[in-house]
Design a protein around this ligand. Structure first.
Ligand code: NAP
Length: 308
């Protein structure tokens, strides 16, 4: 337990995030480590809420204004988590970036030192730690993954999927409502995939043509997409359910059964929501800001408490 009388200031910033669970998580981390902190929510208007033809420009200006105001007030004893839809915008305003952030071109963790803004991304490590906690590949061959969604979350977990040593991957297929975005993401990450001996596709006909067995379904699309029966139909059409071993949905915190959760029940397949990922990415941000690692057993207890 660390004794420190300074109260540090943290916050998460995004659109429509009044119900974020990050304050709860960081307050539990504070209890575990003895580091005194405040953790707030800065919830900005969505572009649609802004009645102007320059919605996106205004939204980004509001975001940048809020970030600079926060660090001007709180200085180096503070940090920000960035969430939907500002991770790529946050990347653009940093003076210094981690290697992961440079690959992803997105950040979820900001801090300030000597008046300069630093950025890193902890989503990838958060995701892969939780996935590896929950899924163990019992085959002797590499696994195949279908990833729904091609937004910021998909982007932030792709490199960690390619580099996963515990569950090495052979093929990754990206399926998105807007196919063009899936194509762009594949083009951007194809080289990194190849370097890690992974084949990356947005052409899902390859699954049937090459008779590829899909082991894991991951949903990184927003909860609105989960109301879209189309995804379920695509899944049932394309993928032999008898081979799927695990379904991971990055969404969390709703009491309604998501479509992916239903799919897992229907197919009798193991399922996880994204709460564990949220806790593990928060623990990495906490480490960046405070230099203190929270023991694994404490993190598992935090996940258990959040699920109650
Ligand atoms: P984003 O960049 O806005 O991307 C949204 C994705 O959802 C896009 O692929 C989009 O498809 C798809 N989508 C949205 N509405 C849809 C609909 N009605 N039908 C079909 N697809 C739809 O958001 P993001 O940052 O990727 O976040 C996505 C989700 O991941 C959120 O629920 C977020 O809470 C979750 N997340 C969880 C964690 C965690 O720690 N567990 C971390 C990060 C994100 P189009 O491209 O076709 O619009």
């Amino acid at each position: 337990m660390i004794k420190n009388d300074i109260i540090k200031n943290f916050s998460v910033i995004g659109c429509n995030i009044q119900y974020s669970r990050s304050p709860e998580i960081h307050k539990l981390f504070s209890k575990i480590t003895g580091i005194k902190l405040d953790y707030d929510i800065i919830s900005l208007a969505t572009a649609q809420d802004i009645k102007s033809s320059n919605q996106d420009i205004i939204k980004n200006k509001l975001f940048e204004g809020a970030v600079f105001k926060f660090f001007k007030k709180n200085g180096s004893n503070s940090g920000l988590n960035i969430t939907v839809p500002f991770k790529m915008r946050a990347f653009k305003i940093c003076d210094h970036l981690s290697n992961d952030a440079k690959i992803l071109q997105a950040v979820n963790t900001l801090w300030s030192k000597n008046g300069k803004l630093y950025g890193d991304s902890t989503d990838g490590i958060g995701f892969i730690t939780d996935l590896n906690d929950r899924f163990i590949n019992l085959k002797n061959t590499k696994i195949n993954i279908v990833l729904f969604g091609a937004g910021g979350a998909a982007r932030s977990i792709l490199p960690s999927i390619f580099k996963n040593k515990l569950n090495p991957v052979d093929n990754v297929f990206i399926i998105n409502r807007d196919k063009n975005k899936a194509d762009l993401l594949v083009n951007e990450f194809k080289k990194l995939a190849e370097t890690n001996k992974v084949s990356l596709y947005s052409d899902i006909s390859v699954i049937k043509n090459k008779n590829i067995n899909i082991d894991i379904l991951i949903n990184s699309a927003t909860d609105k997409a989960l109301l879209d029966n189309n995804l379920k139909n695509i899944t049932i059409d394309l993928i032999d359910k008898n081979n799927i071993k695990f379904i991971y949905d990055l969404s969390y915190g709703t009491n309604i059964k998501t479509k992916f959760c239903e799919l897992a029940y229907d197919f009798n397949i193991e399922f996880s929501d994204g709460l564990g990922m949220l806790v593990y990415q928060a623990a990495e941000s906490f480490y960046i800001w405070n230099g203190v690692r929270i023991p694994k057993e404490d993190l598992l207890e935090v996940i258990r408490q959040l699920k109650l």
